[in-house]
Design a protein around this ligand. Structure first.
Ligand code: UDP
Ligand code: MG
Length: 312
């Protein structure tokens, strides 16, 4: 059996890496074609996520040089997840692989993914064996974050980002998830079907700088929690309940002090401290509820996730 494979690569200002990425992906496709793993119509699909540099003209010229190279140009920058979704929803093929443009994920692992697909797996997750090349900060925050998500009941594949193969059935299932706020690595495990993992070593970015500054990363992290877990809301209820019980005990204690013991309480600390404390808790709670309300707001608008401007 040979597979019509499509490799979907989101690109945002990636002119420095695209020639090398193309070289490596085409070499891989050549090798897989020789082994009879991939069939006619197999190709690479770059999704230009509104780049400001020469990325799109580069994709156009690459596609002229090799018929296996294709490109989708989004109407503007919509972010990594939306760009990925645009590719996955548009491109045809028996199996679709998503991979970053910067060669941090080992392209040669795609061959193992295709073999797993042929063996009957509908989803194959690329899992990082070591993150030695990431900074200690990124490694540790990621570890803490994914631990937190798991404790909130979000089903995630450990050490997996967005490097994965999905079969046609999984892609069609993904189409049914209409959420505007996208956290693909949380959605895909919900689909089910037979899945497996393949391991690889994560390399350093081939060239250029990360398109995920801390600000974008924090927004994405919050997205992951509020899209998949209502635990934070439940936590507010618990804290509120606890504070109510404690305050009630305090009232009893104060009444006992004034009425029975006739002790004069100076009272400043005991009245001012709870005001600050409760004020803080209330603001925090409002903030968390606000996060979810804003999510509902955005989802009810049913805004389109992306527009494709041109295709080559
Ligand atoms: N990317 C994108 N749109 C964006 C930001 C990033 O399509 O708004 C792409 C980028 O070109 C790359 C992938 O998403 O192919 C991952 O980005 P990056 O490597 O910069 O993130 P990091 O690996 O540092 O988390
Ligand atoms: Mg990267």
């Amino acid at each position: 059996m040979s597979v019509r494979l499509a490799i979907v690569v989101p690109c945002y200002n990636e002119e420095e890496v695209l020639p090398e990425t193309t070289k490596r992906l085409l070499a891989l496709l050549d090798r897989m074609a020789q082994q009879g793993l991939v069939s006619e119509g197999t190709g690479v699909y770059y999704v230009d996520d509104g780049s400001r540099d020469r990325t799109w003209s580069l994709i156009e010229s690459l596609s002229r040089q090799d018929p296996r190279i294709h490109g989708l140009k989004l109407s503007r920058n919509r972010g990594h997840q939306a760009a990925l979704m645009a590719g996955l929803m548009t491109v045809e093929g028996d199996a679709l692989v998503s991979i970053d443009a910067d060669l941090q994920d080992d392209v040669n692992v795609i061959e193992a993914m295709v073999r797993e697909f042929i063996a009957g797996h509908e989803v194959v997750y690329g899992v990082r064996d070591s993150r030695a090349t990431d900074t200690a900060f990124k490694r540790n925050t990621a570890l803490a974050y994914y631990g937190l998500l798991r404790r909130m009941g979000v089903d995630l594949v450990h050490n997996h980002a967005d490097f994965r193969l999905m079969g046609r059935r999984a892609i069609e299932a993904l189409r049914e998830y209409g959420e505007v706020n996208l956290f693909l690595r949380g959605v895909v495990p919900l689909i089910g079907y037979k899945a497996t993992t393949v391991k690889y070593d994560r390399a350093e970015r081939f060239a250029g700088v990360s398109k995920y500054p801390l600000r974008k990363m924090l927004a994405f992290a919050l997205e992951g929690i509020t899209s998949f877990s209502i635990v934070p809301l439940r936590l507010i209820t618990m804290v509120g309940l606890l504070i109510s019980v404690l305050s009630f005990a305090m009232i009893v204690f104060i009444l006992y002090g004034t009425l029975v013991m006739k002790a004069v309480i100076p009272g400043w600390a005991s009245s001012v401290v709870p005001i600050y404390f409760l004020g803080g808790i209330q603001l925090l709670s409002l903030g968390i509820i606000g996060e979810y309300v804003s999510k509902i707001y955005m989802e009810t608008k049913r805004r389109p996730r992306y527009f494709i401007e041109t295709q080559v």
